[in-house]
Design a protein around this ligand. Structure first.
Ligand code: C2E
Ligand code: MG
Ligand code: MG
Ligand code: MG
Length: 281
């Protein structure tokens, strides 16, 4: 390769690679310090129950309040945490924070927390969750853990065993971003989930594209015949809300109900049930 491209190019690549490694190393150090120095925050996106007609809880979504870059998206730093071995610390921090918050909420409010597939590489995952539940005193039935299909890739028996351990703690388990994987249907019988969350890409298209509506309808029928609850993610308009209600989804999440918000705003929101739905700016 060096011969073919000439030494000038080689040195250029080497320099560029060094710069990239350097940048990544700095980002990792930054993230490690962020976890230690409480630069992370958990925001809460309300979950609306159609049957009860009010907000029944929230999904915890982590934010990095970076001193110079402002709010950094989890889509950017979760992968970094996964690659650099920081995901256990980060995931544990989010779970502890979310359980502590939820413990102080009204007792009928639940909280959902995302787990990264990388957290399943730690055989102590269920132990960690159990000890956080114990330390915070949160009733396990008020916690839902969200995983994606990749946790069950290749019929992974170890991960299925961990999901069983988690489920045995009394928490519920949701399959997140349903429909975006390669062979979604095959995952449904590998583990008995409590809920599936229909990915926002389907919800986004239901009013524009007859095919998406048919797929959403089929997913909901399938879920219900398997005894699973359904959350529609990414509901932004009253048309989408009305359709998902008509199709029989139990829970609605999305900017139409409320964008992820700081915990104080979430509490203000649930304490004033008459507050009109707010749209994300
Ligand atoms: P997710 O778990 O599927 O979370 C839903 C994402 O959709 C959130 O993005 C949320 O802000 C966004 N969203 C909610 N309603 C709407 C809507 O109406 N329209 C649109 N366009 N988007 C909507 P966010 O907060 O940027 O998080 C992105 C992803 O990062 C999450 O997807 C989740 O996979 C991951 N993530 C977030 N927090 C954590 C965490 O604490 N741990 C782990 N492992 N992953 C996390
Ligand atoms: Mg989620
Ligand atoms: Mg999702
Ligand atoms: Mg997602």
């Amino acid at each position: 390769r060096v011969k073919a491209t000439g030494s000038g190019t080689y040195f250029f690549h080497e320099k560029e690679m060094n710069a990239q490694m350097h940048a990544r190393h700095r980002a990792e150090t930054d993230l490690r310090l962020a976890i230690e120095n409480e630069q992370l925050e958990v925001h809460y996106q309300p979950v609306f129950c159609l049957e009860r007609g009010h907000i029944i809880g929230a999904e915890a979504l982590v934010r990095w309040n970076h001193p110079t870059r402002g709010m950094v998206s989890p889509a950017e730093f979760i992968p970094l945490a996964e690659q650099s071995g920081l995901i256990d610390d980060l995931g544990g921090w989010v779970l502890r924070r979310a359980c502590n918050h939820a413990k102080s909420w009204r007792e009928d409010l639940r909280v959902a927390v995302n787990l990264s597939p990388a957290q399943f590489e730690n055989p102590a995952l269920a132990l960690t969750v159990a000890s956080i539940l114990e330390q915070t005193g949160l009733e396990p039935s008020r916690l839902e853990l969200e995983v994606t299909e990749s946790v069950l890739l290749r019929d992974n028996a170890v991960n299925i065993a961990v999901l069983d351990e988690l489920s045995d703690l009394g928490v519920s388990i949701a399959l997140d971003d349903f429909g975006t994987g390669y062979s979604s249907l095959s995952y449904l019988h590998r583990f008995s989930f409590d809920r599936i969350k229909i990915d926002h890409s389907f919800v986004r298209d239901i009013t524009r594209n007859g095919g998406s509506l048919k797929i959403v309808r089929a997913i909901i029928m399938l879920a219900h015949s398997l005894g699973l609850h359904v959350t529609a993610e990414g509901v932004e308009t009253d048309e989408q809300f009305a359709i998902m209600r008509g199709e029989g989804a139990q829970h609605i999440q999305g900017f139409y109900i409320g964008a992820p918000m700081p915990v104080s705003d979430f509490l203000a929101r649930v304490q004033n049930p008459d507050t009109p739905f707010i749209s994300a700016a």
